[in-house]
Design a protein around this ligand. Structure first.
Ligand SMILES: [Zn+2]
Length: 154
């Protein structure tokens, strides 16, 4: 894929000014409330659920409603400012790294860890349905603690 992926992938922290500019440039008005929510997620590479973002805002003393957090995250995702990753039918994680990349998903802790795009290569790729093109290829590798096969202990 595109050679600039690794450069964009290793993103540096964003200042509040940068975040405001990014919202503006994607047609999303950078209101104070939106910036409060966006800054929690977008300041550094992060994977957070809406609940985690709400907790962090509360910890910072922000009185932002749950509805505002959810609506803001939805708007950020719709405008391509963050990525929404569906872990299962009930849980979504928001990712501040926008370029397509892969993840380890720890099924015991729920944690997501980035895998750089160039760390996975495909030797075989399915035929795409007629009239479609691949917009992104993102792999989720589900991991868990190793289970001892020796049967020692217990
Ligand atoms: Zn990620």
């Amino acid at each position: 894929m595109s050679p600039e992926f690794p450069v964009e992938f290793s993103q540096t922290p964003r200042s509040l000014e940068t975040i405001a500019r990014e919202l503006d440039s994607r047609g999303l008005k950078p209101t104070a409330q939106r910036l409060r929510v966006a800054s929690v997620l977008m300041s550094a590479p992060a994977h957070m659920t809406a609940e985690q973002i709400l907790d962090e805002l509360r910890r910072r003393g922000s009185r932002v409603s749950k509805a505002t957090v959810y609506n803001t995250l939805k708007a950020l995702a719709q405008h391509g400012l963050v990525r929404q990753i569906h872990l299962d039918s009930e849980r979504s994680v928001y990712d501040s790294t926008r370029v397509p990349h892969h993840h380890f998903h720890d099924i015991e802790t729920g944690e997501l860890v980035d895998i750089a795009p160039d760390e996975i290569a495909f030797s075989r790729f399915p035929q795409l349905p007629e009239g479609t093109e691949a917009a992104a290829v993102e792999v989720v590798i589900r991991i868990r603690r190793k289970r001892s096969s020796a049967g020692s202990g217990e």
